[in-house]
Structures are given as structure tokens and as C-alpha cells.
Write a protein that binds this ligand. Sequence first.
Ligand SMILES: [Zn+2]
Length: 89
Amino acid sequence: MKANDMSESELFKAAQNMESYGGGFAEAIALAYFRADSTNQVRLIDAFGHLFERYAPVQTCPHCTRDLEDAQEIADGLCSSDDCPRHDE
Ligand SMILES: [Zn+2]
């Protein structure tokens, strides 16, 4: 997923992952992101989106581990695939 397509909460979680698991630079960008106003947050995403992408929380269906793809799937926390074993439960 591109950083520009990530929701605010996904970016926030990515920044938390950068702070916890990133190197010194990713951690510094995360701290800058937490302190930035929305204008400067956009600038950070434009410049360092690749870091937010690398540390983005991957959201997967808990039943089949497929990556969730659209807003409805993410809201449900489930994939909408007919092949998903959740239909058998
Ligand atoms: Zn599934």
C-alpha cells in the first residue's frame, strides 16, 4: 500500500512501528510525525512515505490470512472471498 493511500490511523500505527522497531532515522521521523501539524505530516509522508510503507501494519483476515483490500473488508476485519474458511464456521 502506498503511504498516500493509508488512513490516518494506519499512518499512526506505522509511525508507532517505526518508533518501536525502526532504526535511529525511522524512529526520528516517527517522532517528528507525532509532533507535526497536519501540514507538516503531509510533507513528511511525501518525503519519507517509503518508511511508513515499510512499517505499515498489515491487515489480514484472521481466518485465511489474506490481505484485506478494500475499506469494507478492513472495517469488517474479514476478507470477502468466497474461498475463505470463515464460511464453514
Ligand atoms: Zn478470509
